[in-house]
Design a protein around this ligand. Structure first.
Ligand SMILES: Nc1nc(=O)c2c([nH]1)NC[C@@H]1CN(c3ccc(C(=O)N[C@@H](CCC(=O)O)C(=O)O)cc3)C=[N+]21
Length: 289
């Protein structure tokens, strides 16, 4: 069966729109600020998608576009300005950043209470420590967890293999799944007998950024396959990291590209923006007494 990411995203967005309306009745408009550096065509598309969905849901969205040769101080200054801006609840610095910029320093400069991606080490650390309370979590992993829940995929005791260990996808996913008692393995370039490991996966999650990396021979029959890759081929066609035609017939559940994980990522970003707005106000209210 093919997982319908668009449908789940629509349901989430309908709820988010109601939450935004409820906040607006209290004179609060959630706001997201997206910083983009350079003219990477994919980044332009993604940030436009985010901007359009925000507008549709009633979330204030501002995009800050810097030239590819912008210096570190300028970006840091923009982040700090957004930290102080009370109309901004969520700050996202679009990846990838050009090589002259220190992405680590930029992420560390984001107020953890406004961290749209859950990328700040404080938030990632809270997730790894399985801490309670309110904090943001990376949107693609959150989307994948939602999707697994919607399709009632059991996690406790499941063998999960994640291909790719990025800070934005692999690492937070490992923590989320491990916190649900799944047995999680990272597989990468340096892994020996990769196919042997992926073929043992009840749930195989691929976020490597390599078109067609995972083929039918790498997948166990009846597995759940989550394809996080989005690669634009020279022909203009959008494909994932999984050879969909080969794998779809043997997987129990599989996400398509497009229409799988992507729409959920953006839906989760909007939901998280609203949550960040609520949490920040709750905190302020408790401080005021
Ligand atoms: N700080 C940061 N946070 C991110 O979350 C982040 C990022 N940087 N950099 C780039 C990746 C990629 N990403 C996507 C978002 C939406 C779709 C999406 O909506 N895809 C649709 C349509 C794609 C299309 O038609 O082009 C789909 O898969 O159906 C895809 C990819 C967020 N990312």
């Amino acid at each position: 069966m093919i997982i319908d990411g668009k449908k789940i995203a629509r349901e989430i967005n309908a709820k988010t729109r109601q939450q935004v309306a409820a906040l607006k009745a209290h004179q609060l408009t959630p706001g997201i600020a997206v910083i983009v550096v350079g003219d990477d065509p994919a980044s332009q598309i993604y940030t436009r998608t985010k901007h359009r969905l925000a507008q549709k849901l009633g979330i204030a969205s501002t995009r800050y576009h810097f030239p590819a040769d912008v210096d570190q101080a300028t970006v840091l200054q923009q982040v700090r300005k957004l930290n102080r801006d009370d109309s901004v609840d969520a700050i996202l610095v679009q990846a990838p950043l050009p090589a002259q910029l220190n992405g680590e320093e930029i992420v560390n400069a984001i107020d953890p209470a406004k961290d749209a991606d859950g990328l700040h080490p404080l938030n990632l650390g809270r997730l790894y420590a399985k801490q309670g309370g309110h904090y943001p979590v990376a949107c693609t992993p959150r989307g994948i967890m939602t999707l697994l829940k919607q399709y009632q995929v059991p996690l406790a005791g499941a063998n999960v293999v994640i291909v790719g260990r990025s800070l934005l996808v692999g690492k937070p996913l490992l923590a989320l799944l491990n916190n649900q008692n799944a047995t999680v393995t990272f597989v990468g370039r340096h892994t020996k007998k990769r196919a042997t490991l992926t073929r043992q996966a009840d749930i195989l999650i691929v976020a490597a950024g390599v078109p067609g990396l995972v083929k039918a021979g790498d997948v166990k029959a009846g597995a759940v396959v989550i394809d996080v890759g989005i690669n634009r081929l020279p022909s203009g066609k959008l494909v994932g990291d999984v050879d969909f035609a080969g794998v779809a017939s043997l997987a129990r559940l599989i996400t398509p590209v497009p229409g799988g994980v992507g729409p959920l990522t953006v839906a989760m970003l909007m939901r998280q923006t609203v949550e960040l707005a609520e949490w920040r106000r709750e905190r302020v209210a408790s401080l005021v007494g």
